[in-house]
Design a protein around this ligand. Structure first.
Ligand SMILES: Nc1ncnc2c1ncn2[C@@H]1O[C@H](COP(=O)(O)OP(=O)(O)OP(=O)(O)O)[C@@H](O)[C@H]1O
Length: 196
């Protein structure tokens, strides 16, 4: 009898947990579009994006692709603590983030010993330039560097405003629109190791 009561309590507990997970899912949507029940529906896609955006969750995966919505405000999601949280951690263990993409590419480069490419695309004002800066900042903070490399890292980050001064302009869509395409090539020295 006692056992049966425990079982009932346990299943009540599980039910409560499932219900709260479902409520959370209703509120913030799913963090990977492939988890949508109606994953071929554009309306369901947009609705999921909208729910997450309302909760300041600007990143969502489609498998290994990251979808990002420009928040047009500063979110506290780019701190050093956040960088540490994504460092060396598997893609799906933490919530979607541009740092997860950056870290995954870095680790793939090391384990597969192959060049990696991060392609950022979107309409004007979508946040491509900001995303590329976040990636650079992530590598600057989390990758090991000799003093000489550190200087180069700093210069690389500081080169952005100079490039923007010459190549950016205010448009109807974006106050700081890049009027040029950007190709960045980051070279890593395999002798300098990061503990992942
Ligand atoms: N992750 C973000 N957090 C906060 N604000 C952002 C973010 N991404 C973009 N923004 C804001 O949106 C503005 C436009 O972003 P950005 O210049 O990166 O767009 P873009 O896609 O590179 O546009 P374009 O193609 O016109 O150059 C930024 O100046 C910034 O104010």
């Amino acid at each position: 009898m006692e056992n049966r009561r425990n079982q009932v309590v346990a299943s009540d507990g599980v039910r409560a947990m499932m219900e709260s997970a479902l409520t959370a899912r209703d509120r913030v949507g799913v963090q990977d579009f492939v988890l949508l029940e109606n994953y071929t529906s554009e309306a369901a896609f947009i609705e999921n994006l909208r729910k997450r955006f309302k909760e300041n969750l600007i990143y969502t995966y489609i498998g290994s692709v990251l979808v990002s919505v420009n928040p047009y405000k500063d979110l506290e999601i780019y701190t050093k603590n956040h960088m540490e949280r994504y460092r060396g951690v598997n893609f799906y263990e933490v919530s979607p983030h541009i740092y997860a993409v950056a870290d995954n590419s870095y680790r793939s480069m090391r384990t597969e010993r192959k060049d990696q490419c991060i392609l950022i695309s979107g309409e004007s004002g979508a946040g491509k330039t900001e995303a590329s800066k976040k990636i650079l900042q992530y590598y600057a903070v989390t990758c090991p560097a000799s003093e000489q490399v550190q200087t180069i890292k700093d210069r690389l980050l500081q080169s952005n405003p100079v490039l923007e001064a010459f190549g950016n302009a205010k448009t109807l869509r974006n106050d700081n629109s890049s009027r040029f395409g950007k190709y960045m090539d980051i070279q890593f020295d395999f002798k300098v190791r990061r503990t992942v």
